[in-house]
Design a binder for this molecule. Structure first.
Ligand SMILES: NC(=O)c1ccc[n+]([C@@H]2O[C@H](COP(=O)([O-])OP(=O)(O)OC[C@H]3O[C@@H](n4cnc5c(N)ncnc54)[C@H](O)[C@@H]3O)[C@@H](O)[C@H]2O)c1
Length: 389
């Protein structure tokens, strides 16, 4: 639905993005995936209870045809889950080869020209980059040795990148955010994006925080809490998975407020993030934010935000956008980290020498300027002197 302005404001050229850049046609897309549960997509969607039954029934046949392939899974990385649809293999390298075989068979069966892989699996336990993640060589040795520093999500990412397939991480896991994966992406010319879709509370945070900072309003505290009752909430009830999510959710404010540049406004900020698993709400998440502000001459104020949102309704369309843009990036010869897609992510991947950009409006400008650049259109700087000459 989004449009993009081209040329001057007086030119009146604002085509839809989908008509401006050559995105894959939605009618040409085939979906497939892996899960530890055997339910087909219709059964899984009925169980999730997000969409109305008559909407699902209208496409029941198509959904039933999507049956998950057996997953690469180890409960050590997602403590609250257990399921029967799981691969076995002699080591993690063998499991990666099985995923590659699945990918090739999927491509062949469905007659696909191109593929994109997006990790939408559960949040894994918190992990830090280690020595085995340093190079492709050390990573491949570690695969062979089934090293504990390789969670399931990394096996999929490795498989996708080795096949030259664009990969994005919709979860906060470490997954592809290590030097070995960047090296692999460069070698096989795969575009990469992540991490963790920016959908509910963090989306709003990156709308509000730039506004407060633009007016130089100080922030002493930001308390964020969520209640949700879907399977994501159940997984995040485990402290080790929550830690991964917490790190991802907390980074935005530090980067937006730049406390090193504005110590008197943001140097004392207490930022607290809580998630509580509360089954009655299912997928209908409730987020509360209490923001303690400081105005001119140090006078305190408060802002309260209560977002009654729908987790999957916010997430699904931007997973699709990510897939379409990654496919476009691949065809445009762009590989490695696609920072212009940081618009979609809570903890955007970025080059080591720069800080990540979290401000939603800068992210959108970057995304649209990248599309203009790809299509040979003039970039928009918002200078606008020409209207007054
Ligand atoms: N609004 C959102 O829905 C949203 C927003 C941002 C990020 N996320 C993140 O996206 C991820 C998925 O969220 P969700 O709400 O879709 O969760 P979900 O629990 O509904 O779905 C995750 C699925 O992944 C499967 N899974 C887990 N490990 C797997 C593995 N190794 N291989 C194959 N399948 C595996 C689970 O069985 C489950 O069916 C989570 O990390 C979540 O935090 C979700």
């Amino acid at each position: 639905m989004g449009t993009i302005r081209l040329g001057k404001r007086t030119d009146g050229r604002s085509p839809k993005i989908k008509d401006f850049v050559p995105l894959a046609d939605l009618n040409d897309i085939v979906f497939g995936g892996w899960d530890i549960f055997e339910d087909d997509c219709y059964a899984a969607a009925r169980h999730a209870g997000v969409l109305e039954r008559d909407q699902l029934d209208a496409i029941r046949g198509e959904l039933e045809a999507i049956r998950p392939m057996p997953a690469v899974f180890d409960q050590r990385y997602v403590k609250r889950l257990q399921g029967p649809n799981v691969k076995t293999g002699k080591n993690k390298r063998d499991l990666a080869e099985q995923v590659i075989a699945d990918i090739r068979a999927f491509k062949e069966t469905h007659g696909c020209d191109r593929l994109v892989m997006i990790w939408t699996g559960s949040t894994e336990v918190f992990m830090k980059e280690g020595a085995i993640h340093a190079t492709v060589e050390s990573f491949e040795k570690a695969l062979e040795a089934s090293d504990d520093a390789i969670p399931s999500s990394m096996v999929y990412a490795y498989a996708a990148l080795r096949e030259g397939i664009p990969f994005a991480n919709a979860a906060p896991n470490l997954t592809a955010d290590v030097p070995a994966m960047l090296e692999l992406a460069a070698r096989h010319k795969s575009p990469l994006a992540g991490n963790d879709m920016k959908t509910g509370q963090t989306l709003i945070k990156t709308v509000i925080a730039p506004g407060l900072k633009a007016r130089m309003l100080g922030v002493r505290g930001w308390y964020s809490t969520n209640i949700l009752g879907n399977r994501d909430g159940e997984v995040l009830d485990d402290p080790e998975s929550f830690k991964t999510k917490e790190e991802s959710k907390k980074s935005a404010l530090d980067y937006i407020f730049q406390p090193h540049l504005y110590p008197e406004l943001y140097g004392q900020l207490d930022h607290v993030v809580r998630i509580n698993y509360y089954p009655p709400r299912g997928d209908n998440k409730e987020g509360w934010d209490n923001i303690d502000l400081i105005g001119w001459l140090g006078y305190p104020m408060q802002l309260k935000i209560n977002f009654l949102c729908r987790d999957s309704i916010l997430a699904a369309p931007i997973v699709l956008d990510s897939a379409l843009f990654l496919d476009l990036a691949k065809r445009a010869g762009m590989s490695g980290i696609q920072e212009w897609l940081s618009f979609y992510y809570k903890a955007p991947m970025h080059a080591p020498e720069v800080y990540p950009e979290h401000d939603l409006f800068i992210q959108l400008m970057k995304l649209k300027n990248t599309l203009r650049f790809m299509m040979g259109e003039e970039l928009i700087t918002h200078l606008g002197r020409e209207y007054y000459d």
